[in-house]
Each structure stands twice: as C-alpha cells, then as structure tokens.
Design a protein around this ligand. Sequence first.
Ligand SMILES: CC(C)(COP(=O)(O)OP(=O)(O)OC[C@H]1O[C@@H](n2cnc3c(N)ncnc32)[C@H](O)[C@@H]1OP(=O)(O)O)[C@@H](O)C(=O)NCCC(=O)NCCS
Length: 209
Amino acid sequence: MKKKVAIIGAGGLGREIAALMKALPEEFEITGFYDDTVPVGTTLLAIPVRGAIDKLRSASGPIHVIVAIGDPQIKQKIISSLPSHIQYPVVIHPSVVLGDKSTISLGQGTVLTAGVKLTVDITIGDHVLINLNSTIGHNTSIGNLCSIMPGVNLAGGVTLGERVLIGSGANVINRVSIGDDAKVGSGAVVLNNILAKTTAVGVPARTLK
Ligand SMILES: CC(C)(COP(=O)(O)OP(=O)(O)OC[C@H]1O[C@@H](n2cnc3c(N)ncnc32)[C@H](O)[C@@H]1OP(=O)(O)O)[C@@H](O)C(=O)NCCC(=O)NCCS
C-alpha cells in the first residue's frame, strides 16, 4: 500500500530524496517537508514546507518519516527526539542493484539512491544513507545512522560502526573496520582500521591529530 511520508530536512539532500520518492508514485506520497530553518509556506519541488520538526514530535497516530540529513550526529539527535510510533520506510531507487536480495538486510529508514550497488551478504543498519553510485562489497556491515556520500567504494568484509561518515569518492579496502562516530574525508583511500571518534583523510588515509 502507498505510504504517506513526511521528509525531515528541506536542504539539498531533502530535495534529492524527495525527487527519488516522486519517481516511485506507487510506493510513496510525500506529505511535506519539516525543517527548523525553512519558512512554512515555502514550496520546493511542488511540495510544501509544513513547519518545524517539533510539529512531527506532537503528531499522533501512525506516520511515516524519512530523515534527509547527512550529518550522522544530527540525524541521531533528531530521530531520538521523535515519538516511538513514527515509522521509517526504506527507500530504494529503481536503478539500485542488489546482488542477492536474500543475503542483504536493510534497516528501517535506509535510503539507497541512484546507481548504488550492493553485492552479497551485507547488513545495513537503520537510517543509513548510501548515496549516488556507491558500491558495497560482500560481507560488509554498516551500522545505524551511517552516511555514505556519493561515489564511495567499500570493498569486501568492511565493518562500519554507528554514525560513521564516509566522504564522497573515498575507497575503503577489504577487511577494514571503522569505529563509531569516525569520519573519512572525501577522496581518502583507507588501508587500515580507523578508531572510533577520529577523522582520517588523504591517500593513504591518516588520522587527523
Ligand atoms: C574529513 C572532513 C569530515 C573533515 O572535516 P573537518 O573536521 O571540518 O576538518 P577541516 O575542514 O577543519 O580540515 C582539517 C584538516 O584536514 C584537511 N582535510 C579535510 N578534508 C580533507 C580531505 N577530504 N582530504 C584531504 N585533507 C582534508 C584540511 O585541509 C585540514 O588540513 P590542515 O589542518 O592542514 O589545514 C571533511 O573535510 C570531509 O571530507 N567531509 C566529507 C564531505 C562530503 O563528502 N560531502 C558530500 C556531500 S554530498
């Protein structure tokens, strides 16, 4: 059945995810954007901004929400402030390739945008964004609330903790683990494990002091 979905975040990512959902009219009907900084009454992609995020906090009854925020920490803060009856659909662009669906699990609120490819034996947590043209190899695990920016390649056996940000165009080689709240810079090539709460940049990636 078609889901009526509110989108939190009316920035660039919010509009991109809205465009993706509009391309799936049999699955989703977008009810509006909710954003603390864009004025009510603004219309974006013919979708109204209905108010601040607080409006959803006081909404009653079952309601579907997508959180279109790239920063994992902000994403977590918003989601943890929302009532427990809110439901989070999975959004998958029609061009996404899932190598073997029976071995791939996707958590609630996860968004896979155009050109994403996942192969086999992959676990994706809740509220994960995998953005344009990223590839995820076999036996990879991605924790809750991670954001994978466009053009990232995660090789086989990669493990990401929770709230990890992988910047656009980064490559992570096989069997690397990246800890909770770590960040990887755009264009980095990650050859070794990265500790929680650290930022690594460059080729090869080195942790910032
Ligand atoms: C890695 C990142 C998170 C660091 O952000 P930050 O903590 O604010 O770090 P700063 O911008 O203060 O940079 C700190 C240092 O790292 C360097 N640096 C930052 N990002 C870098 C990158 N991607 N590659 C190489 N060096 C980088 C800076 O030049 C700076 O070096 P300096 O101390 O010698 O001047 C950020 O730069 C990044 O790459 N984010 C990903 C963005 C992205 O992919 N967006 C996609 C949107 S769709």
